[in-house]
Design a protein around this ligand. Sequence first.
Ligand SMILES: NC(=O)c1ccc[n+]([C@@H]2O[C@H](COP(=O)([O-])OP(=O)(O)OC[C@H]3O[C@@H](n4cnc5c(N)ncnc54)[C@H](OP(=O)(O)O)[C@@H]3O)[C@@H](O)[C@H]2O)c1
Length: 279
Amino acid sequence: MRMVRSRGGCAMPALGLGTWKMGEDRNHRKAEVEALQLGVDLGMTLIDTAELYASGGAEEVVGEAIRGRREGLFIVSKVHQSGSTYDGTIRAAEASLRRMGTDRMDLYLLHNRNGPYPLEDTLKAFDRLKRDGKILHYGLSNFDAPDMEKAETMPHGPGITANQLRYSLARRGLDNGLLDWHAKHDIAVMGYTPLEEGFLRPKPGLAQVASRHGVSPMCIALAWTLRHPSVVSIPKATNPGHVRDNARAIEIKLTGEDLAALDGDYPKPPPGTFDVWGA
Ligand SMILES: NC(=O)c1ccc[n+]([C@@H]2O[C@H](COP(=O)([O-])OP(=O)(O)OC[C@H]3O[C@@H](n4cnc5c(N)ncnc54)[C@H](OP(=O)(O)O)[C@@H]3O)[C@@H](O)[C@H]2O)c1
């Protein structure tokens, strides 16, 4: 698996596994655990989760999936902005670690920028957690360029090594300068919802590129997000066929002709369009 490197010595697999909507129904638990394990076996050794997902249920699924096989995995979770005070962040991290049955997270993120608490306090807690070895790296999620610029000026701002933002063929707002901003600052971009929650509609050019490479349109859609060296993509899949399909994206090398066809189907949005976070 290709690694995406960012400041502070962070190196994460370019293609990982999402977990939103996992842990919501006990009847699906076995399939979800097996999907994550299959993904890991196929090389997608990064797992993205959050305390928010199924109120901790997704982290429990992750815990079950990684039991006895924690080494070599890159585990990411998030503190929700509704509790991201200094003490709240420490408590949330410890609860996430307990649910996942691990002593450390590789990356810990603040879920969203619109919380009621000062970012300085969350970053201070991240720094404490890092010095205590409970997290190895920290970052943010759903922060745009002005937010990031402001975060950079804070005492623990230069420790931010990743920002998670929405990125797919159908939502290309990141291409309006924000990807370049992150590359310039050596901060990794984790692109979420890369398949538009499974609703990405394959247009003719995408279908043609997929048939040229002998893979599915969804696989090409993932390969497209990975064309930029500082982007990590984290599709969620419970269906084992989808997991296998997605794993192939890392091997796909898109040509200039492919990229032109995809640009034709899914044009870069007009300057100023900024669709980089979900609803
Ligand atoms: N930071 C944030 O605010 C934020 C927000 C949203 C998401 N995220 C993270 O990003 C991850 C991915 O985003 P997402 O879950 O919103 O959506 P997504 O990955 O774009 O799409 C997931 C959906 O696509 C389907 N799918 C997966 N692979 C497929 C394939 N090869 N062919 C056809 N369908 C396929 C899945 O079906 P099956 O499950 O049935 O296989 C599932 O219904 C999340 O799980 C979460 O970890 C972060």
